[in-house]
Design a binder for this molecule. Structure first.
Ligand code: ATP
Ligand code: MG
Length: 345
């Protein structure tokens, strides 16, 4: 029997699901490139190098804003990853792939993604594309066969996709061109402005994950974290304490923007569907769904039930896994994929 793999090539993380085995790869979608040519590290190992590399080594992300930006690099990296995974989980040659693509990707962008997988050394037999909000909903536990209306909010690294789904299709969707990376940038900016202190991307991400709160923390209920960086005035390494109120104020504007778009979409859907969504609720997913109280704030604002996924960053890959495992869901990949490449070898 053919092996089936699901691939979710996110801006920050690349996830691969293998039918029967679960998620077999979940690492940063990054590589370290020497002299612009040779890949010397991939995934989490490359991310470890970020901010510490000499001038001839660059840490790059081949996917930008959810869309393939560096084809050659991504191809070379996938070949390395597939090779390693093949040794551990069985050869991946000539098998089937289901790839998640943002719903807003153009046909050209989707085709580029399919062509990329098709060109890998493992020469897949069949490649199908699934809109990521559909995969996210499945991964979040929505029964797409019977659901007449549910909203999915997927807040990733560089994109936020908000979609209203019904009976296995997307009714309306909106995409915001920002996600967790923008929150990190705002934290870097605020720390620099208020403390005259420079921190790196990784530190900002840690601050966001540990202290980020969508709700205004009470003055006497804030949590603080000691962070390392460089004093901009003296130019010397130093540490400072940052607290959750400071972080809330730094990221609030972006979370408010997401909430505003959600509200606006709910106002514009047909009345019959409003009732269905009231019943089914909102599914909050993507890595940033882990921000404390984000589900609570959205629930208070909309008056709807908001379900937060346990591992928001893995939801799309888990949804692809459901399609791979359960023939009942095959129709999602067949019917709603815009591209199919079969036996093109
Ligand atoms: N517990 C957490 N709290 C807040 N943010 C988090 C948490 N865990 C991960 N993140 C953030 O989530 C983002 C990554 O989310 P995800 O893995 O869903 O993105 P992606 O699928 O790679 O990107 P995209 O969907 O935009 O292409 C990063 O910005 C990361 O810092
Ligand atoms: Mg994603």
């Amino acid at each position: 029997m053919a092996r089936v793999y699901g691939i979710d090539p996110g801006t920050s993380t690349l996830r691969i699901y293998q039918k029967g085995a679960g998620i077999i790869y979940n690492q940063k979608n990054m590589m370290a490139v020497l002299d612009g040519k040779k890949i010397i590290a991939t995934g989490d190992e490359a991310w470890e190098m970020e901010g510490r590399t000499p001038a001839n080594i660059e840490v790059v992300s081949p996917i930008r804003s959810g869309v393939l930006a560096q084809v050659k690099n991504m191809l070379a990296m996938l070949n390395i990853i597939f090779d390693k995974l093949g040794e551990e989980y069985g050869r991946m040659n000539g098998q089937e792939f289901i790839v998640a693509s943002p719903s807003y990707a153009t046909e050209v962008e989707k085709k580029a993604l399919v062509d990329l997988i098709a060109e890998c050394d493992i020469r897949p037999k069949r490649i199908r594309v699934v809109d990521s909000p559909l995969a996210a909903a499945l991964g979040a536990g929505v029964n797409l066969r019977e659901c007449f209306g549910a909203m999915v909010i997927d807040i990733g690294a560089d994109t936020t996709e908000i979609a209203v789904l019904s009976l296995g299709g997307t009714v309306v969707s909106r995409m915001l061109k920002f996600g967790g990376n923008r929150l990190d940038e705002s934290i870097i900016g605020a720390v620099r402005k208020y403390y005259n202190f420079a921190i790196g991307r990784k530190t900002a991400e840690q601050i966001k994950i540990k202290l980020g709160d969508a709700e205004h923390p009470e003055e006497d209920n804030t949590v603080a974290l000691k962070v390392f960086g460089r004093d901009v005035v003296s130019g010397l390494p130093k540490s400072i304490a940052v607290d959750s109120l400071f972080v809330h104020l730094a990221i609030k504007e972006h979370l408010d923007k997401i909430a505003e778009v959600v509200f606006n979409m709910l106002e514009h859907i047909p009345p019959e569907m409003s009732a269905d969504i009231m019943e089914s609720g909102i599914y909050l997913t993507g890595g940033v769904s882990g921000i404390k109280n984000l589900d609570k704030v959205l629930a208070e604002m909309t008056g709807l039930k908001v379900y937060k996924c346990d591992n928001g960053s893995e939801t799309v890959a888990m949804g692809l896994g459901k399609i791979a495992e359960d023939p009942d869901y095959d129709f999602l990949a067949e019917k709603y994929s815009t591209l199919q490449v079969e036996d093109f070898r």
